[in-house]
Ligand binder design. Structure first.
Ligand code: HEM
Length: 415
C-alpha cells in the first residue's frame, strides 16, 4: 500500500512501525508550520514541529480551543455535544473548576500514600509471569500496573476489570481491526465506559466506600453536586488517560532495554538511575503522537495566516528529538540529566490540559522499572513486536519476550 502524497506525516502507513522520527526530523528542519490533507470534514490540518510554537498553542486556549477535542476526528454532532461536557474538551475557566476536583488525588502526597500498594502490586504482577521465563509483555505486565492502580483508586470491583479493560482497548485502539471493527465501535466503547462509570457512581451512592469516586460524588462544580453522569465522564477521562499511555511507555521501555542491553545493565547495577531511565523512556518513546486544537478566529501562527476553525496539530515527539534541545537526540541514554529532559520534552502536553496524572505516570514507571531491573535478567525478543495501528497512540499490541528470572530464595530461607 502506498502512502498518500498529500500526507507528509499523519498517515497510517507511515506509523506502521512506530513514530517515523527521520520524517519528523526532516519536516522540522524544512518547515515551521505545514498543511496536510486528511479525510475529515474540514479536509486538512496545520502541523507544528517546534517547541515554542507547540507551547504557544497549548498555552493559549482562548485562541486554540480544546472544544473539538484533542483528536483529528470530527465527531457526530450529538456525540460532540456529549464529549464537550468532559474535561479534555473543556476550555478555561470552566475547565479549571472540574479539573481542580480530581487534582488532589494525583498530587505528591497522594502518591506517597499509594506507593506501598503499588510496589506490592508490581511484585504480584511479576510473580505471575516470572516462573515461566517468558511472557507477552504488553497484556501480562505493561497493562496490568496502570490498570490495577487506577481501578483501585476509583473503587472498581475486581470482577469488572476485564470488561472495563476491554472497552478501554476498543476506544484507544479503534483504528486497529484487532480491537474495533471501525471508528464507530470506538465511539460506542467511549459511551459504554461513561455508562459504566455512571453505574459505578450509583453503586457507591447505595453502598458508600472510600475511593476517588466517593470524593467526586461529594464535590461540587458550577454551583451543584456532581451527578452520576458527570462522574461517568471523569471516569472515562481517567481510565483512558491513565492506562494506554503508561502501558505503551512501559512496553516501549522493555523493547529499548532489549535493544540496548548495556543500558539495562547500567540500571541493574545502579538502581539510583531509575529516575533517569523513566524520563529518558518518556522522551524517547512518548506515546501520545499529537494533540489537536481548533483556532477560535482568523489569526497568524508561525508566520502563516490560518482561518477560524482550522485544526492545529502539535507533534509532541518532535521537540523530544530536536537536536537544538537534546544532545545526541536519537540515542537512548538513561544517564541524561533528569531536570533537563523533564524541562524540554513535551510528552505530557502543556498549558491548561497538561497531564493531570503526571505524578501517577512517573510513579507507575518508577515502580515497575525498578521491579523489572531487579527480577528480570537478560530479556530478549521471542518474535518481532507487533505495532498497534494508530496515528494518535504509538505503542505495541504484542511484545513476546523471554528472560532469565531472578532465582527464587532456597526453601526455608537463606542458610
Ligand atoms: C506515560 C504516561 C502518560 C502520558 C504520556 C500522558 C500524556 C498526556 C497528555 C499529552 C495529555 C494532554 C491532553 C490534552 O492536552 O488534550 C494528558 C492529559 C491527561 N492525562 Fe495523562 N498521560 C500519562 C499518564 C496519565 C495517568 C497515569 C493519568 C491518571 C491516572 C492521566 C490522566 C490524564 C488526564 C485526566 C488528562 C486530561 C487533563 C485535562 O484535560 O485537564 N495521564 N496526558
Amino acid at each position: 500500500m502506498s502512502s498518500c502524497p498529500h500526507k507528509p506525516l499523519l498517515d497510517f502507513d507511515k506509523f506502521a512501525h512506530g513514530t517515523p522520527h527521520e520524517t519528523i526530523h526532516a519536516l522540522r528542519g524544512a518547515h515551521r508550520i505545514l498543511w496536510e490533507e486528511d479525510e475529515f470534514a474540514t479536509g486538512g490540518h496545520w502541523l507544528l514541529f517546534h517547541q515554542r510554537d507547540i507551547d504557544h498553542v497549548l498555552q493559549s486556549p482562548a485562541l486554540f480551543s480544546s472544544s473539538d477535542g484533542p483528536l483529528l476526528d470530527d465527531f457526530p454532532a450529538q456525540l460532540l455535544a456529549e464529549q464537550q461536557e468532559s474535561l479534555t474538551f473543556m476550555d478555561p475557566p470552566r475547565h479549571r473548576q472540574y479539573r481542580s476536583l480530581v487534582e488532589p488525588a494525583f498530587r505528591q502526597a497522594a502518591m506517597r500514600q499509594r506507593e506501598p500498594m503499588m510496589r506490592a502490586l508490581a511484585g504480584r504482577i511479576l510473580d505471575e509471569v516470572l516462573p515461566r521465563g517468558e511472557c507477552e509483555f504488553v497484556q501480562e505486565v505493561a497493562m496490568q500496573l496502570p490498570t490495577r492502580v487506577i481501578f483501585a483508586v476509583l473503587g472498581v470491583p475486581p470482577e469488572d476489570f476485564a470488561h472495563v479493560a476491554e472497552l478501554t482497548n476498543t476506544l484507544a485502539l479503534a483504528d486497529d481491526p484487532e480491537f474495533a471493527e471501525n471508528r464507530e465501535a470506538g465511539f460506542i466503547a467511549s459511551g459504554m465506559l461513561m455508562q459504566y462509570g455512571a453505574r459505578l457512581a450509583a453503586s457507591h451512592r447505595s453502598a458508600p466506600r472510600e475511593s476517588l469516586t466517593m470524593t467526586l460524588l461529594n464535590s461540587e462544580a458550577e454551583g451543584r453536586k456532581l451527578t452520576d453522569v458527570d462522574f461517568g465522564r471523569f471516569f472515562n477521562n481517567l481510565i483512558v488517560g491513565g492506562t494506554e499511555t503508561t502501558r505503551n511507555t512501559l512496553a516501549g521501555a522493555m523493547y529499548e532495554f532489549i535493544r540496548h542491553p548495556e543500558q539495562y545493565a547500567l540500571l541493574q547495577e545502579d538502581p539510583g538511575l531509575v529516575a533517569g531511565a523513566v524520563e529518558e523512556i518518556l522522551r524517547f518513546r512518548n506515546p501520545v503522537i499529537y494533540l489537536r486544537r481548533t483556532a477560535t478566529q482568523d489569526l497568524e501562527l508561525a508566520g502563516q495566516r490560518i482561518s477560524h476553525r482550522a485544526k492545529v496539530v502539535c507533534v509532541l515527539g518532535s521537540p523530544n528529538r530536536d537536536p537544538a534541545l537534546f544532545e545526541r537526540p536519537d540515542e537512548f541514554d538513561i544517564r541524561r540529566p533528569v531536570e533537563h529532559t523533564r524541562r524540554h520534552y513535551r510528552s505530557f502536553g502543556g498549558g491548561a490540559h497538561f497531564c493531570l496524572g503526571i505524578q501517577q505516570a512517573r510513579l507507575n514507571l518508577t515502580v515497575m522499572l525498578a521491579e523489572m531491573a531487579r527480577r528480570i535478567h537478560r530479556p530478549r525478543l521471542l518474535t518481532a513486536p507487533r505495532q498497534a495501528r494508530s496515528i494518535f497512540m504509538d505503542g505495541f499490541k504484542e511484545l513476546r519476550i523471554a528472560f532469565v528470572p531472578e532465582r527464587a530464595p532456597p526453601a526455608g530461607g537463606p542458610s
